[in-house]
Design a protein around this ligand. Structure first.
Ligand code: SP5
Ligand code: ZN
Length: 469
């Protein structure tokens, strides 16, 4: 499977797509156009400040790869501030977001020359131990950084809060998209999120995008949601947020915390507590693990997800499992990611992807889109199977009709305006002359397929209605 060279013949990216997502397997991507506002300079590593691994170019490469191989519309999230605020505070505390809101200004107020430097913590309270006061919020920003951050590798900059908030909006929009019937959606954003907990930042993360999406899915009516984290690092923030709850099943495949970041959480015996007991699964793997071993464990996780019977799945998608990743230790290759996407689609569930780690900057875009395309190809095959009639009498669902006839019938049924909403609009001119529209369709086989699918879908719906009455 050479995923890199497959370029769909499609030139209508960035257009509003139809409401038929449950039938047509487009992947809606919600892109954080403000991600550049977060740009750390240095992170602490073994006693030295080293250049940040989590850089803006990571996202730019994914965006480029998605442009080369479009999987559906790429759009900005349309979320109003009040709704965003509400969604964020379903998983994060007010005390923590208050801190994030003012942290940069306080950092600069501490010393005006701090404006040139990222904020990093240098003192920690050892939470829950020896009576360090974590119940009160200290006034000093130096102390606050230590209270709300669990590492010194996560620089907070002038634009971090705005970038993280805009990213949470992408996660929320992605969740809403699958709630309204899309097969899948992708929150393309940085900074990442899966290390951020209810009231802490760390691991390059500030707001937990995957948790925000999972909670939004719950609040939107899904009774059970599974979060399957495939980043190289344990999703400690997500685990902590849902640890006592049975309604969100958290699973994470990651480098063994005995030797790998974040070290202090992510062991196999952390299974959840209280009502949440049994609803957290950690699958640590040794440094050096290759795809065959990784995939065997991944299949176990998929089986566990399927057995849970969730109504939606969230996949915190880290590409730092890649053999070329500079800070991680697994050995996955670019072509393996297509298989992962394929397996995820086999769950047959509405799926939200959030972009997490992946620091081999030049390859992260190809790897991410390989995974997403693998998912899409399987999802498309499922759709076709769904729409393919099973009895010989129905073998030709188009009844030998030409595209021209089909379009005419669809137009009669929906009217042109509604039809334009249900099919990617630029497949057509809005000229109600079928002839001129057909010209365009012939040039875009992908769009032609959509018209045929819509036709089959409409016919099936009609005949179901007839059967009922
Ligand atoms: C979202 C995510 O993947 N976060 C990972 C955070 C990892 N932070 C610690 C990284 C340690 C950096 N090691 C540098 C080694 C250079 N040779
Ligand atoms: Zn990671």
């Amino acid at each position: 499977m050479n995923l890199e060279n497959q370029v769909p013949t499609c030139d209508f990216i960035d257009t509003p797509f139809s409401c038929l997502g449950n039938v047509l397997p487009f992947m809606h991507t919600f892109y954080n156009a403000h991600h550049h506002l977060h740009q750390g300079q240095q992170e602490m590593f073994r006693g030295r400040l080293v250049p940040c691994h989590e850089v803006p170019a990571r996202l730019d490469f994914v965006r480029q790869a998605l442009q080369a191989r479009p999987l559906g519309p790429v759009q900005a999230p349309e979320i109003d501030e009040a709704a965003l605020d509400k969604a964020i505070h379903r998983v994060h505390t007010r005390r923590y977001t208050e801190f994030l809101t003012h942290a940069w200004d306080e950092w600069v107020a501490l010393d005006p020359s701090n404006a040139e430097r990222d904020a990093l913590p240098s003192v920690w309270p050892l939470p829950n131990r020896y009576g360090f006061r974590v119940d009160q919020t200290p006034r000093s920003i130096a102390a606050k950084l230590g209270l709300f951050a669990f590492d010194s590798g996560t620089p907070l900059t002038a634009g971090s809060w705005r970038a993280a908030r805009a990213g949470a909006a992408c996660a929320l929009a992605a969740a809403q998209s699958v709630l309204t019937g899309q097969r899948s959606a992708f929150a393309l954003t940085r900074p990442p999120g899966h290390h951020a907990g209810p009231d802490f930042m760390g691991g390059y993360c500030f707001l937990n995008n995957a948790a925000i999406a999972a909670q939004a899915l719950r609040d939107g009516g899904c009774e059970r949601v599974a979060v399957l984290d495939i980043d190289y690092h344990h999703g400690n923030g997500t685990q902590t947020i849902f640890y006592e709850r049975p309604d969100v099943f958290t699973l994470s495949l990651h480098g063994d915390p005995a030797t790998e970041y974040p070290f202090l959480l992510g062991h196999a015996d952390e299974r959840g507590v209280g009502a949440g007991e049994g609803y957290n699964w950690n699958l640590p793997l040794p440094r050096g693990t290759g795809f065959a071993d990784w995939q065997a464990v991944f299949q176990q996780a998929l089986t566990a997800v399927a057995d849970y019977r969730p109504q939606a799945v969230v996949v915190p998608m880290g590409l730092d499992t890649f053999e070329g990743d500079p800070i991680s230790g697994f050995r996955l290759r670019s072509e393996d990611y297509g298989c992962i996407g394929h397996s995820l689609a086999e769950l047959g569930l509405p799926t939200v992807f959030t972009f997490e780690g992946g620091y081999a900057v030049a390859e992260v875009g190809v790897n991410a889109v390989n995974l997403l395309q693998g998912f899409q190809e399987k999802a498309a095959a499922q759709t076709v199977a769904l729409l393919t009639p099973q009895t010989p009498a129905q073998k030709d669902p188009l009844h030998g009709k030409t595209l021209q006839h089909i379009l005419a019938e669809l137009e009669a049924h929906y009217g042109w305006e509604e039809l334009g909403r249900r099919i990617p609009v630029r497949c057509f001119t809005h000229d109600p002359s079928v002839g001129s529209s057909l010209k365009f369709l012939r040039k875009t086989p992908w769009a032609r397929e959509k018209v045929e699918q819509l036709y089959i879908y409409t016919e099936q719906k009609k005949s179901r209605k007839q059967q009922k009455s």
